[in-house]
Design a protein around this ligand. Sequence first.
Ligand SMILES: [Zn+2]
Length: 536
Amino acid sequence: MEVPPDLILYNGSLHTLDEQTPFATAVAVTGKRISALGTDRDLLGLAGVATRTKDLKKRLVLPGFCDTHFHFYEWAMNYDSIDFSKTINFSGMETAIREKAAQSGPGQWVLGQGFNESEWPENKMPDRKDLDRAAPDNPVCIWRCDLHLAVANSLALKLARIDEQTKDPDEGVIVRNADGSPTGVLKELAANLIREVIPQLSESILLGNMEKAIAHAHLLGVTSVHDIRLMGGGEGADALKLWQTLEASGRLNLRCQVALPGEMTDQAIALGLQSGFGNDRLKIGHLKFFSDGGMGARTGWLTQKYLDAEYGMPLTPVNQIEAAVIKADRAGLACMVHAIGDRACREIIAMFERVEQQNQSRCRIPHRMEHLQMILPEDLEKLSRLENLAVSCQPNNLSLDISMIDECVGPRGKYAYALKSILNTGVPMCLSSDAPVADPNPFAGIYSAVTRKRMNKTPVHGWYPEQVLSVAEAVRAYTLTPAQTSCCDHMLGSITPGKLADLVVADQNIFEISKDAIAETQICLTLFDGKIVYER
Ligand SMILES: [Zn+2]
């Protein structure tokens, strides 16, 4: 006789993404797997004495979300720093710094991230003097929401020994006044000069932060992440060690595919590491490369000048990325390349074309392009011909970037966040948050993708509304497509008997309500590996 299920969720509205049974009202879970799908009557009939049953009161059930571009380690590490994502003007930023400095005491580092000056009425970039006024006795460093630019105060610059004499690092810019003195604004890798002097947290604090961050992910319905590397190699080893410690101690209640820093290509090949190695919780993902910067810092690499700056900048030269990708591809290591500007996208698509022509790939998972924030129609055409590539785009950033993109490229903004055109190429498209660059809430991402509005619901008809996705397309890009492009769709990505029971219950049905209300959707219940890890 069959074992009765441990849990039956019934009277729900299941959007399964399962081809055979796209809709159902009940699901049974046995151990960590989904054991049956169907009607309330059929499934409740399977219940045994020990089976728990839960009436969902018609609520929507979806597969657990996978955020495919999440700087999870970075997000967790900054749990204690100032979050400027809700700061609405310049003085709000100054007040937050002043308060944090007062709480921390003189000499302590004050860190923050997520400011977006292009959305403030003053539209003014802060500089060292502004931060000095707010916190003269603390080293202060704050990151812009895109993480491509940081601003440091005088004390932080002094500790990092950044002055008139300091040369710009490779792939970075120390912005200067007419007399050569630093303004405090540090673009791209110049911000790492500050990172290097910020004291490290202890392992127990780091692990505690990771656990808090995992619990936060459950509250958002996120059951899988791809943890993405930032620039600078050191962070990769720290992150991978922490993930392993969590996994070994049974505290890893999240499926994580960890990216490796591109600078470590040779070492990873020498060790024989391959993408996909690991288990259903922790896996080796892609090597991460950067072909350009971000548009907010005007370092995203464009085919035509910015209205208020030059062409942006390539970061790692394309030929260098190409040499690494060719080696990695032969060794079974998939690569992901950050490409923001239309020029960067063009170059990287051409690069992947050359790699496909000359290589017999040994990768178990496709390569990836990240962001494709601005891409021209002729390059979309080329993208559609690539066979071993997936993309990950960030609708949450769209909501943050509308004003900034209008300001820096004007009407060419119609090529930005061209999600529908990208989807139409047939290339598998995942959606993701790029947190902490943007809010990691998947419903905020789905809202942005289907409305193309700011969080305050402007512009009313959406920004270039011809590029909106349907709700079903957006949901698929957060669930099934990530599983299919990480060689785990045999166990994840849809509510299908036999797959792992990662699923979420939402408080409203996003397929039925007004699209404008989707961002306010909240998770009522998160099931991970068959266990309830969050319940409201
Ligand atoms: Zn990123």
